[in-house]
Design a protein around this ligand. Structure first.
Ligand SMILES: [Zn+2]
Length: 286
């Protein structure tokens, strides 16, 4: 149990999730009630209470509007990383649109934080070696050192059954895939998201312990809106999207407290420092 896992947060507001994109398009974002500063503040308080430092993959759109939040994340010892600018899936952006999106996000984040941004996570883990074979090369060319954007395994529609489970060097960046436990029937995601809220905590903990017992470091992720049970309800969203988004929000904070206590955690750039050392920087950030 002494292995350290990476704790990560995808910083976006409640109305920016892909599941609601059909009913709340990006043009409508500006008019929505902004809750990301308060909910991310709650996350920061939980980490401070547990003495945990994490990586915050933050949307450029959020950083542009809330630079004080970026400064608080950094002041409390966390790593600032990129979640892209506009939260569009990578396969939909195409190579040139992807380049523009990650360049803009990195610039906004570095301007707000005054630090180099090395890491990137694709919206809804929309990078796969099959669908977006150009993505890692473009990330490297735009000055990123690592990505945590691939969901391997046969567990969901977006799972990439062919992707590796362990970090690999991918066209100039280190790809650290989300944590999946392989089993003969199906692969078990033990990396957070809706799965963490819907699975009994003990079962989730057992899964992550098995990962660590095999000598593998896990990557856990969640969103600030998951600790905000009072967020507005999007009644027009599809039923399945609403089920995934709203189930278990009230038990999220106590579960996170337990998870932070039951495992050792760190930032992506610390936990994967050995592999990152082998990745040469393509271009130094300004
Ligand atoms: Zn996201």
């Amino acid at each position: 149990m002494s292995l350290r896992n990476a704790m990560t947060v995808d910083v976006e507001d409640w109305f920016q999730v892909q599941a609601f994109a059909g009913v709340i398009p990006p043009q409508a974002w500006e008019g929505k009630e902004r809750r990301v500063v308060a909910s991310t503040g709650h996350v920061l308080d939980l980490f401070a209470e547990a003495g945990v430092r994490a990586t915050f993959f933050t949307l450029g759109w959020v950083a542009e509007r809330h630079p004080a939040l970026i400064r608080r994340i950094l002041a409390e010892g966390h790593e600032l990383a990129s979640h892209g600018y506009g939260h569009a899936p990578v396969f939909r952006l195409g190579p040139e649109g992807f380049r523009q999106d990650i360049r803009r996000a990195k610039q906004v984040l570095e301007d707000a934080g005054g630090v180099a941004v090395l890491g990137y996570r694709a919206p809804t883990f929309s990078i796969s070696p099959q669908a977006t074979p150009w993505a890692h090369r473009i990330l490297a060319e735009e000055g990123h050192r690592y990505s945590s954007s691939v969901f391997p395994g046969r567990h969901a529609a977006r799972g990439d059954g062919a992707a590796a489970l362990l970090p690999w060097q991918a066209d100039g960046v280190l790809e650290v895939p989300m944590t999946v436990l392989r089993s003969p029937l199906r692969d078990l995601p033990v990396s957070g998201g809706g799965w963490f809220r819907m699975t009994p905590y003990g079962a989730f903990r057992a899964g992550l312990r098995r990962v660590n017992a095999m000598g593998r470091r896990g990557v856990f992720y969640f969103h600030p809106w998951e600790v905000d049970p009072d967020q507005p309800r999007v009644a027009e969203a599809p039923a399945l999207a609403r089920l995934r988004h709203y189930t278990g929000l009230r038990r999220m904070a106590p579960r996170l407290r337990a998870l932070l206590r039951d495992f050792a955690w760190g930032r992506m750039d610390e936990v994967f420092a050995p592999e990152l050392g082998a990745t040469a920087p393509r271009r130094m950030a300004a």
